[in-house]
Design a binder for this molecule. Structure first.
Ligand code: SF4
Ligand code: SF4
Length: 183
């Protein structure tokens, strides 16, 4: 059996401010997680991998990219572990070490989101979904049935609603300025 490597949990403690070793695997996080059923791992298993220092198994899976950051897990954890922050940290490590899987679901969604807001002044969901699917051709036909149903019920507007592009560009320029000052 491979030795436990504590470096990953130490990094999580330093950067995400939470102690993965407090987890006793009650799985309350996983039972409340809205996306736990859609990947090969669930939140409690990710925390266990952090305890073991098994970064490869975390980054080889899809779960960290499916996580919506809803924080239900964090709210439910009896040990006060900020599981959502652990997921953030795993994504940061994946990007820093250039280990984002090619077909990782929604890995590019924030970039696409920003570009969409720059273009239209607000989020254009249909464009966002299509661009995300183009980065992952294998997912092209996923959710088509649900999309048709939502369209039929008027839940999806096929056309963009144009917002205040100037204000959006100003806000994004401010964000870039702050990022520059921090780096
Ligand atoms: S809810 Fe907390 S203690 Fe329970 S499995 Fe999840 S992280 Fe561990
Ligand atoms: S923050 Fe992520 S891991 Fe936690 S419940 Fe929400 S989707 Fe699941």
């Amino acid at each position: 059996m491979a030795a436990i490597d504590t470096a990953l949990a130490a990094r999580v403690s330093a950067e995400a401010g939470t102690n993965a070793y407090k987890c006793y695997q009650c799985k309350k996080c996983s039972t409340g997680c809205p996306v736990a059923g859609f990947a090969e791992l669930h939140p409690a298993q990710i925390i266990r991998l952090v305890q073991l220092g098994d970064l490869d198994s975390v980054l080889d899976g899809d779960f960290i990219w499916l996580c919506t950051g809803c924080e239900t897990c964090t709210t439910r954890c009896p040990q006060g572990i900020d599981i959502a922050a652990v997921m953030d940290e795993m994504r940061i490590i994946a990007r820093q070490t250039k280990r984002v899987k090619k077909d990782a679901p929604f890995a590019n969604i924030l970039d696409l989101n920003l570009k969409s807001m720059k273009r239209w002044g607000r989020l254009y969901e249909v464009e966002l979904l299509m661009l995300d699917k183009l980065t992952r051709p294998s997912s092209l036909m996923d959710d088509v049935g649900m999309g048709i149903k939502m369209f039929a019920k008027g839940k999806i507007n096929p056309l963009p609603t144009v917002g205040d592009r100037t204000q959006m560009k100003r806000m994004l320029a401010e964000i870039e300025k702050i990022k520059g000052e921090r780096s």
